[in-house]
Design a protein around this ligand. Sequence first.
Ligand code: ZN
Length: 463
Amino acid sequence: MLFRTRILTLILSSLIVDFVFHNLHKIKLTLVLFGLITGVYAQANDTILIKNVNVIPMDKEIVLNNQNVVIAGDKIISIEPYKREMNHISHQVIDGAGKYVMPGFSEMHYHWRNKQGGIDRDFKLLVANGVTTVRNMAEYNWQNHVAIRDSISKGEKFGPNYYTAGPYLNSNDLKTIEDAISIINNHKIKGYDYLKLADNLPKDVYLKVLEEAQKQGVVVIGHAQRGMPLEMSLRMRSIEHVEEFVYVFSHTQRNDSLFLKQAIEQIKVSGSNIVPTLVVFDFIVKCLDDQTFIKLNESESAQYMLPSDFKYWYSDENPYRKNLKGTIRNGVDALTRLEGYFKWMKTFTKMLADADVPLMTGSDTFGFVVPGFSLHEEFQFLDECGLTPFEILKASTITPARYLNTIATEGTVSEGKHANLVLLGKNPLEDIKNTQTIEGVVLKGMWYDRNNLNTLLKEIFIK
Ligand SMILES: [Zn+2]
C-alpha cells in the first residue's frame, strides 16, 4: 500500500509538472488507466464534483438551487442537493457557489471558411465560448469533415461534438434524376449526417432527391425551394435562414397576417426545424451602410479573425460592398430593402417561437461573424425579436439534441447524460447576456476552467 501510495504521489506530481493543456485528455486517460490497474483510485481519479451549484436543467424553465453535480468519465452520475457535511471523494472539486450550470451551447449552422486558419482554430473559439455541439453545414472540396467528426468522437482530436452535412449542393450539381441518385449514394457511402441543398432545383429532381434520400436513410436539409409552394420545402428535416421565407413568400403574403398565421401553422405541423441565423444577415446589412461598416472592427470578436480575412472583409473588396451596396431594385436601394427584410425576419421569428415551431441557434460563421462569439450575438438578436431567454436557450440545447437524435445523452443537465456543460457566473434565464459570463466548460467530461479557456483564445494568435 505504501509503495502504491508512493507511486501515486510520484505519478501525480509528474502529472502536475507536465500539465500541458493539450494533453488534458491523455492525462485523464493515464489516471483512469492507473486507477483501473490498481483497482483503487478509478472512481476518485475520474470524478468531477461541481459543488453547491445552481442547475438549469433545460427540460423545463426551472433553476435547481444549491446542487452537487457529480461527473464520472464523460457522464453526469448524480445531481443531489448540496449538504455542508457531504464529503465526496472526487478527483476535481469545482466551487459552484452562486454560479449556474447548464448544457453547453449548440452552433447549428457552422462553416469552416478558410483553409489557412485550420479548423482547430475555430474549435478553440467555439469551446472557449461554451459551444459543445456543432453542426457543420457544408464540405468544400479541400475538406474532409467525416474524418474530422470521427477523430473527435474517438477522442483523437480536440473539438466539440461534431455533425456534418455533405458538399454544398447547388443546381449545377443536381440537374438530372441521375445526379440525384449518384449524390445520395455518395452521401450514404461517405457517411455524412445530412445532405444540404443550397439552391432551387427543378421540381422533378427535388422530388427525386427527397424520395431517394428517404429510401437510403439520408436526411435532407437546406435552404428553401423558393420557386415552389412552402409545403415542398417543409418536406426537408430543417430549413436554414429565416431569410428564405422572405423569398418563398410574395411581398403581399409577407404583409398578410392571416396568410402568415396559416403558413406558421403549416410549418409547425410539418415538424421541420428552423434555424434563423439572424446575425449573418445583420452583418450583410452592416456592410451596406458606411456608418455601421466602419465600426465593424470595434467588436471584441474581430480581433480573432484571420488577418487575411479581416483585410478582405474590412475593405471595399468585400463582395456586399462591391456588388450590392448602392444597387437599386424596383426603385429601392439595397440597404433600405435589406433593412426592411431584416425587420420582417425578426417579426416572423417571434411568430415562429410563439407557435412553438422548433427553432435552433446558428450563426453561419462568415466574415465578421466569428465562430463562438457569433452564437452569443445570435442569442442577442433572438432576444431583440422578443423570445424569452428560456426559448433562446432551448433552441441551443434540448431542441438541437432532439433534432440530432442525441436526446438520450445530450441537451439537458440530468442523470445519465453526457457531461457537456457550461458554468456561468450569472443566471442566463434572467438576462440572455449572461451566457457570456462563462467561468468554465465541461466537454465530454473534461473540465476547462476560465484560465484554460483564455489559453485557448490566446493560442489563436500563435503562428
Ligand atoms: Zn450556410
